[in-house]
Design a protein around this ligand. Structure first.
Ligand SMILES: Nc1ncnc2c1ncn2[C@@H]1O[C@H](COP(=O)(O)OP(=O)(O)OP(=O)(O)O)[C@@H](O)[C@H]1O
Length: 581
């Protein structure tokens, strides 16, 4: 008998709903109860009960929120890119049957909007996914088609319905089946408005698509009104089926109504403006520019530039991770955002919003929680000395972040000092950059981007997985305790050979005062074969975390280590910039 599990822990948001914020945001404090007025882009407009002042908060501040708009600034944009990466290919080891991690239980939308239903499932590798809509007689299987898009990215399954109608209301079920087991979950969709309605949307600089719901007829005529005129002018006759695309001059605003053969008239559509530009692009760009004031550059990676910025609405500072599409396709940025936005772990950076084509066309921006501090290694190297028990605290935070990801069958695949930041006021470690976790395997075997932290399987171009992170965590903790690198040698060839032979030791010069418990843990992480390495969960039970040792560690070596890495990353960045220009 197949085992089914349902996860229905989400709350849905309608005007008047009460929500609790999960973290401080501007004037708000974690735990504050707020009343929702409306949805606005990737967030909510809220107020304290019995208070008039309204504030905007990102949807991600309310965990388990079920609204169709939380995912992206413009839910109406449906990406037809087919290049969404299936990250499960990177982590072929299966941890068990498919399991529902999260899903909405109710989505409300207005007829004419595009709706995205998403469910998060663990272990979807090689599983069969079927979406069905509940019907009176037999549930109807939903197939990719004109108005439906079925997608899968980074452990999420999506059903997108373009220009939803009143008749799309109902219960949608997602079934995931694999020989190891099955699971399913269901989502209710409620579409307000509908029969007798007209919708219009800009689909090109001079094109408007008009859609309507007026069932049972086979011929319609469309009338148009150009603002500010109140006069309806016939546009086209004998249209068979909705929707239809009309060509109109730019530089004006239009609304439409439809007349059926039986003389019934639909209610007029909202006004839409033909600006002469790609409307989606300019609208989103405008929203972004109106909201954020960019301050300075925090860092640059191979793919993104990260800037500090102020949210003009709340006064809060955020980090903007901006990626040009010629470096990373939009589908990958979306997948990275989805993963970051669903991460509710104190040691993993949170994402608040995704703006596409912002700050300018061809660039996408993820709005991130700002870390006020440098990398952990830079932070420690500025101290005169630090102790082994301090190292224990930081290592356990990193392992806890990995444990959270690994439990969801996700591997970070880029654990390195530059991706482990620390908030210098609270001492909280933040793991950043989940870009590699959503990037697919490359066709050819290429040298790892960062050999010093690369596990043997990465060096050999073999399948990677959560155990790849455990190797990198081992190298990280080794450096944290000694300031030197376990496998790095004079040349790439020698370093590669050291990794492939797992050739490392604990020289007395650096490790004499370090506890045996620490060395024992490193021995369990730095194993040649992935399956022999300790998992994050097992590593966290190490006696090292229970018996703090007070050995002082000199920060001078760590300072040299970070200087060398900064220098080689600068050369890598220069090569990278040259490659892309
Ligand atoms: N939330 C944040 N707060 C503060 N600084 C950040 C934040 N996110 C990133 N940074 C800084 O920006 C740099 C680049 O960010 P990130 O690593 O995410 O970019 P990337 O292009 O994906 O990098 P990579 O080359 O490692 O793939 C980081 O090394 C860090 O210095």
């Amino acid at each position: 008998m197949k085992e089914y599990r349902i996860c229905l822990s989400l709350i849905f948001v309608v005007p008047g709903a009460r929500v609790r914020v999960a973290a401080d945001w501007g004037k708000l404090r974690a735990g504050d109860e707020l009343v929702v007025s409306r949805l606005d882009g990737p967030g909510l407009v809220v107020s304290h009960q019995n208070e008039k002042e309204e504030l905007w908060i990102p949807a991600s501040l309310v965990p388990n929120l079920s609204i169709s708009r939380a995912w992206s600034f413009r839910p109406s944009k449906v990406d037809s890119n087919k290049d969404i990466v299936q990250p499960q290919e990177r982590s072929p080891e299966r941890k068990g049957p498919p399991t529902v991690l999260a899903s909405s239980n109710l989505i409300r939308a207005t007829a004419g909007e595009d709706v995205r239903i998403s469910v998060e499932i663990a272990n979807i590798e090689a599983a069969t996914v079927t979406w069905k809509k509940e019907d009176e007689k037999e549930d109807r299987v939903i197939r990719e088609g004109d108005r439906y898009r079925l997608k899968q990215a980074a452990g999420f399954l999506y059903l997108e319905i373009v220009r939803c109608r009143h008749s799309d209301s109902g219960i949608y079920r997602c079934y995931v089946e694999h020989e190891t087991g099955s699971c399913w979950t269901e989502v209710s969709l409620f579409i307000a408005g509908g029969i007798g309605s007209t919708w219009a949307r800009v689909v090109g600089p001079t094109k408007i698509e008009v859609d309507w719901e007026c069932p049972g007829l086979d011929s319609y005529s469309i009338e148009c009104r150009t603002a500010p005129s109140q006069n309806w002018v016939p546009m086209t006759m004998d249209v068979k089926n909705p929707p239809t695309i009309l060509e109109l001059p730019p530089g004006a605003s239009y609304s439409f109504r439809v007349i059926g053969k039986n003389g019934n008239i639909t209610s007029p559509s909202a006004e839409v403006a033909l600006t002469g530009f790609e409307d989606n692009v300019s609208w989103e760009t405008e929203q972004f520019i109106g909201r954020y004031l960019e301050l300075d550059v925090l860092g640059k990676g191979r793919f993104a530039t990260v800037r500090r910025a102020r949210d003009k609405g709340t006064g809060q500072e955020v980090a903007l991770k901006q990626t040009a599409r010629h470096k990373q396709p939009r589908s990958l940025t979306r997948a990275e955002y989805d993963l970051l936005a669903s991460s509710h772990h104190g040691n993993i950076i949170r994402a608040f919003a995704l703006f596409e084509n912002a700050p300018r066309p061809g660039m996408d921006t993820i709005v991130l929680e700002l870390v006020r501090g440098p990398t952990l290694f830079v932070y420690l190297s500025k101290k005169t000395d630090y102790t082994e028990d301090m190292a224990t605290k930081y290592a356990s935070q990193l392992l806890s972040a990995l444990q959270w990801l690994h439990r969801r069958n996700r591997a970070h695949l880029d654990v390195k000092p530059e991706n482990v930041l620390v908030d210098q006021d609270s001492g909280v470690v933040k793991l950043i950059d989940l870009g590699e976790a959503v990037r697919g395997p490359v066709d050819e075997v290429v040298p790892p981007a960062d050999l010093e932290f690369a596990a043997p399987e990465l060096v050999l171009g073999k399948p990677t997985g959560t155990c790849t992170d455990m190797w990198a965590a081992g190298v990280f903790i080794y450096v944290l305790l000694s300031g030197v690198s376990p496998f790095l040698d004079d040349s790439v060839e020698e370093t590669t050979a050291n990794i492939l032979k797992c050739d490392f030791c604990f020289p007395n010069e650096y490790f004499e005062a370090i506890s045996n418990e620490a060395k024992d843990l490193l021995g369990r992480l730095l194993c040649l074969h992935g399956e022999e390495r300790a998992t994050a969960e097992a590593a966290l039970t190490s006696p090292w975390f229970k018996a703090p040792a007070s050995a002082a560690i000199s920060s001078t070596r760590l300072a040299e280590f970070t200087e060398r890495r900064a220098h080689s990353s600068k050369s890598r960045q220069d090569r990278n910039d040259r490659f892309y220009t």
